[in-house]
Design a protein around this ligand. Structure first.
Ligand code: NAI
Ligand code: 15L
Length: 269
């Protein structure tokens, strides 16, 4: 697919949306911003809910692709997850399909497979086709999003790259994040690859940097042209000194999803 020029960025007021607003224009994208909250410093942004079908129809008109980040990003009551992540994502796909948008890049999450035991020492990396094992209602909604993406590809030929993001923040803040961290710069590299690679159908990738302590396999992401440049290792000594090594006998340390597997999830993670 030719590199898309105009991309609808949903969730533009959020943490990741703010980072991508700063980083993606350098790749040549013009971003159209969408969020239920006003986007600071961007009065032109569309302020609307994903369940506002008329606003969505307007938002997708003429865009080459969508980077879909909007949604509830942590565990929450089912009604909230249902409205934003399940119904909202469905309405976005419907609007994009009706408008003939070629591709969506969907912010899935490691929590779609969060109950997968994390690899220990010499275990192989977790493949992208590992069975889905959501660790929260939130993770379950991301599994729904991946299935929705597959359905729109099979039925209508609309493409998606589902990115199972690890933890995309300026710096890793926990020992678990040493394994799952994606630097913002690598996030932009991966989203750019997902937006511009040829013929992706529905591709699922993990989203993280080239971490020394990586838990999952980045092969499908690299196949899109993603070449991560960062590694969390420089943060390791300080984080391990403060928090200790992960303990395989501790439930909150034993799975990919970390403390999301506990009931209720333990914050911070
Ligand atoms: P965030 O919570 O900071 O931002 C989400 C944005 O979506 C917010 O600005 C919110 O107002 C908007 N939103 C929520 N419901 C909406 C609705 N119904 N209609 C319109 N806008 C709505 O989350 P963050 O960290 O920026 O994450 C962005 C996306 O990436 C989320 O979908 C999250 O699940 C996913 N993700 C993020 C990770 C990370 O490390 N930041 C890790 C894995 C997945
Ligand atoms: C996610 O899916 C969340 O949206 C993000 O806030 C982090 O908690 C991340 O996963 C994580 O696993 O650290």
């Amino acid at each position: 697919m030719p590199t898309p020029r105009t991309v609808l960025l949903t969730g533009a007021a959020g943490g990741l949306g703010t980072l991508m607003r700063e980083l993606l224009p350098a790749y040549g994208y013009t971003l159209r911003l969408f969020d239920v909250r006003p986007v600071e410093g961007a009065p032109e942004a569309i302020t609307a809910d994903l369940n506002d079908k008329a606003a969505l129809r307007e938002a997708v008109r003429g865009v080459d692709a969508v980077l879909h980040l909007a949604g509830i990003s942590l565990e929450a009551p089912f009604e909230k997850i249902l409205r934003s992540n399940i119904e909202g994502t469905y309405h976005l796909y419907e609007a994009a399909h009706e408008a003939g948008v070629a591709r969506i890049v969907f912010a899935s999450s490691n929590h779609a497979v969060g109950y997968t035991p994390r690899p220990l020492d010499t275990d192989p990396l977790i493949p992208v086709d590992t069975p889905r094992r959501p660790d929260t209602l939130y993770g379950l909604s991301k599994a729904f999003g991946e299935d929705l993406a597959q359905f729109y590809w099979d039925k209508y030929g609309m493409e998606t790259v589902s990115v199972r993001i690890g933890s995309c923040f300026a710096e890793p803040t926990s020992v678990r994040m040493l394994s799952v961290w994606m630097s913002p710069a690598d996030g932009a590299r991966l989203f750019h690859a997902a937006l511009s690679a040829a013929e992706v159908g529905h591709t699922v990738v993990y989203g993280s940097s080239a971490n020394t302590r990586l838990w999952w396999d980045l092969t499908s992401a690299r196949a899109l042209g993603y070449a991560p440049q960062d590694d969390s290792e420089p943060f390791a000594e300080k984080l391990i000194a403060a928090q200790g090594e992960l303990d395989p006998d501790n439930e909150a340390h034993a799975y990919l999803g970390g403390p999301f597997v506990t009931d209720p999830p333990i914050w911070p993670y």
